[in-house]
Design a protein around this ligand. Structure first.
Ligand SMILES: C[S@@+](CC[C@H](N)C(=O)[O-])C[C@H]1O[C@@H](n2cnc3c(N)ncnc32)[C@H](O)[C@@H]1O
Length: 248
């Protein structure tokens, strides 16, 4: 396994990311969070593990909704420092890469993750580890960047899309070439991993995680009113959402 990336502890990356999140005008707040909240079951009395919990916003939401215990883990010291600024009973945050969750000595009703799985290299191992941390009939609920967004390898000096008559046409290549991608986002050379739908489905299936709900991000009228360019999400979705049950 390669060295685990910790880009959120790069000060330039982190300050730009934090500014974007603090502004509240971003695709997380306007699209991702409302969609994934709508996929959650009743949280009363549940034990929940949040992978790549970031500043802990969702972890706190789970406690507010009646969860019995929530553990948030993240590879970034910066993120865990932010998360620990709010003290909640039965809520614990720790620095831990999700590649090492087998070291957590507990089982959960729900494993949750918001926009972090595309940073993990070995998807099959990740699903296997998650499955071993879930109780039978427990749920894995996650979002990640959509395969149509992560696919194209930028080797050419091409624009991301062309626009004609107010509509965006995106380039797509390398879809079935699953693996590492280098992206310029806040800083140059952020590592992400692309998987096609076939890989996502088979990694979950191999770990006895049966997909019960799958959503692709769309922008609501209200979101488009706030950020007009979100209308392009209806040409190419940005996020993928999955809810899967551990069946054995
Ligand atoms: C886009 S942020 C999302 C944070 C939070 N889930 C949210 O939605 O607000 C991605 C998070 O994943 C974390 N992350 C990236 N790779 C990770 C890994 N291998 N193990 C644990 N956390 C990781 C980052 O440090 C960062 O906090």
């Amino acid at each position: 396994m390669r060295k685990i990336q910790n880009i959120y502890d790069d000060e330039k990356f982190f300050s730009q990311y934090k500014e974007m999140r603090d502004s509240k005008i971003n695709a997380n707040e306007l699209i991702e969070i409302p969609t994934i909240k709508g996929m959650l079951p009743n949280l009363k009395g549940k034990k929940i593990l949040d992978l790549g919990c970031g500043e802990g916003e969702m972890a706190r939401f789970f406690i507010e909704k009646g969860a019995k215990k929530v553990v948030g883990i993240d590879v970034s010291q910066n993120m865990i420092n932010e998360a620990k600024k709010h003290e909640y009973k039965n809520l614990e945050f720790k620095i831990l890469p999700m590649e090492e969750i087998s070291s957590i000595d507990d089982k959960f009703d729900i494993v949750f993750s918001s926009l972090a799985f595309h940073y993990v290299e070995d998807y099959y191992k990740l699903m296997k580890d998650i499955s071993s941390k879930l109780k039978k009939n427990g749920y894995l609920i996650f979002s990640q960047e959509h395969p149509l967004v992560t696919a194209t390898i930028k080797t050419q000096d091409l624009p991301k899309y062309i626009e004609k008559d107010g509509k965006r046409y995106y380039y797509l290549s390398d879809y079935n070439d699953v693996g590492k991608r280098l992206i310029d986002w806040n800083v140059e050379g952020v590592v992400k991993y692309h998987r096609n739908f076939e890989t996502i489905f088979s990694a979950l299936k191999e770990s006895n995680l049966r997909i019960e709900e799958l959503l692709e991000s769309k922008a609501s009228e209200e979101a488009i009113k706030i950020v007009a360019k979100y209308k392009n999400l209806n040409n190419r979705p940005f996020f993928l959402f999955v809810k899967a049950k551990k069946i054995k």
